[in-house]
Each structure stands twice: as C-alpha cells, then as structure tokens.
Design a protein around this ligand. Structure first.
Ligand code: ADP
Ligand code: 5GP
Length: 196
C-alpha cells in the first residue's frame, strides 16, 4: 500500500560521505540534540549483523530473499547494492513513521543513495557531503575504527575515490578535519535549514 498520500511530508537531512569520513559520528552528535527534533531512518540491509548491532535499531536485517521481495513490493524509496552482493535500502514506512511523529528524518547514507533521495525530495531535503581532509586521513580513520578487514578497506578506498568526485552535487560540503569544528558546523547547517 502506498501511504505517501496520507501523511503530510516533512523534511529530510542526508549526511553522505565515503566510508570512514565521519558521517556516523556527526549524525550521532546531531541526534543527541533533542531540540533539533531529528529521528534516524533505520535502513534495511541483506548483510548479517556485526558485533553489537541490534535488529530494528542499527538496521533491519533481512535475508537477501526477503529484501528482494520487498523491492518487488515497492517498499523501498531507494535501494542499492552498495558492496558486491550486499543490498541496502530506505523503507518508505520508515520515513512515514518519523514524519507521523512530527520529526525530521536524518539519514546516514552512501553517496549514490544520498543523491537519489535528494533528487526525490528536492528542497525538502538538505544533502550534506562529509569530506575527509585527504585520502591518507581517510585510510587512517578506517584502520583506526578497526571494523573492516584489509580487503574491505581497499574496497572502501576505491569507492571513496569515485564518491569524492560527486561532492559538488550536494547542497553543502562539510570538511571533517577537527571534529569539534565539524560538529558545530553540522549543528549550524541543520538549524539554518529547519529555521531553528
Ligand atoms: P563513517 O560513518 O563516515 O563511515 P565514522 O563516523 O564511523 O565514519 O568515523 C570513522 C572513524 O573516524 C571513527 O573511528 C571515528 O571515531 C573517527 N573520526 C570521525 N571524525 C573524526 C575526526 N574529525 N578526527 C579524527 N577521527 C575522526
Ligand atoms: P555498513 O555496512 O558499513 O553499515 O554500510 C555500508 C554502506 O551502506 C555505508 O556507506 C552506508 O552509508 C550505506 N547505507 C546504509 N544504509 C543505506 C541505505 O538505506 N541506502 C543506501 N543507498 N546506502 C546505505
């Protein structure tokens, strides 16, 4: 069922970046500021949960078959094979749920997905590209995070080179060098966009 006709549309904030740039860190910082009225859009993925991840909190973990069935049902606003064999997507129901609560949806999303959402929602969406200071720093952050194998890190860096070339299609490029400065800038951008 398409529920988009019933719930008034709210606003969306999209943080996209190459993996390791710091978008999750910045989005978490924004979510701690309750006065901004933001709620995180939980994506669906066909990859298994890692470490401490919880179903329905970090992601909705679906089998590949269940994911594809939901694609067929038209349940996704956007979806993508972000890494070979691994599907990720934004459920329509997730955005509807957050808007029905009167909140603004915030996304932590790869660059292609972020641009797809921006083109769906236009001026209702603020699309921010989080830029690492350099490829060397990006690699250090990925290694420092210690969540990925060498092979995964290589895949992520190769993807990052392509993604950096798309930065100028976003509404704003936020350089994440000094973390406190980047956090302040992120808060200012969101306040300005929401008129707060
Ligand atoms: P992403 O969500 O873009 O993949 P993360 O938010 O997971 O990136 O950040 C990647 C790693 O870099 C994490 O270990 C995080 O703590 C660290 N990090 C984020 N921003 C900065 C910064 N400005 N300076 C140093 N380390 C940072
Ligand atoms: P991870 O497996 O590290 O959690 O995420 C891998 C990548 O998938 C990240 O770049 C993340 O932003 C992206 N991603 C997470 N959710 C979605 C989504 O709903 N749609 C798209 N297109 N990408 C997503």
């Amino acid at each position: 069922m398409d529920t988009t006709a019933h719930t008034p549309q709210g606003k969306l904030i999209i943080f996209s970046a190459p993996s390791g740039s710091g978008k999750t860190t910045l989005v978490h910082h924004l979510l701690t500021q309750k006065e901004l009225g933001l709620a995180f859009s939980i994506s669906a993925t066909s990859r298994p949960a890692r470490g401490e991840e919880v179903n329905g909190k970090d992601y909705y973990f679906l089998s590949e078959e269940a994911f594809k069935q939901r694609v067929f049902n038209g349940d996704f606003l956007e979806w993508e094979e972000v890494y070979s064999g691994t599907l990720y997507g934004t459920l329509r129901s997730e955005v509807e749920r957050i808007w029905a609560e009167g909140k603004t949806v915030i996304f932590d999303m790869d660059v292609v997905g972020g641009l797809n959402l921006k083109s769906l929602y236009g001026d209702k969406a603020l699309a921010v590209f989080v830029k690492p200071p350099s490829m060397e720093v990006l690699e250090e952050r990925l290694r420092g995070r210690a969540t990925d194998s060498d092979d995964k890190i290589r895949q992520r860096l190769a993807k990052a080179r392509k993604e950096l070339g798309r930065a100028d299609r976003f509404d704003h490029i936020l350089l994440n060098k000094d973390l406190d400065t980047a956090k302040q800038e992120a808060t200012q951008l969101v306040k300005l966009f929401l008129g707060k």
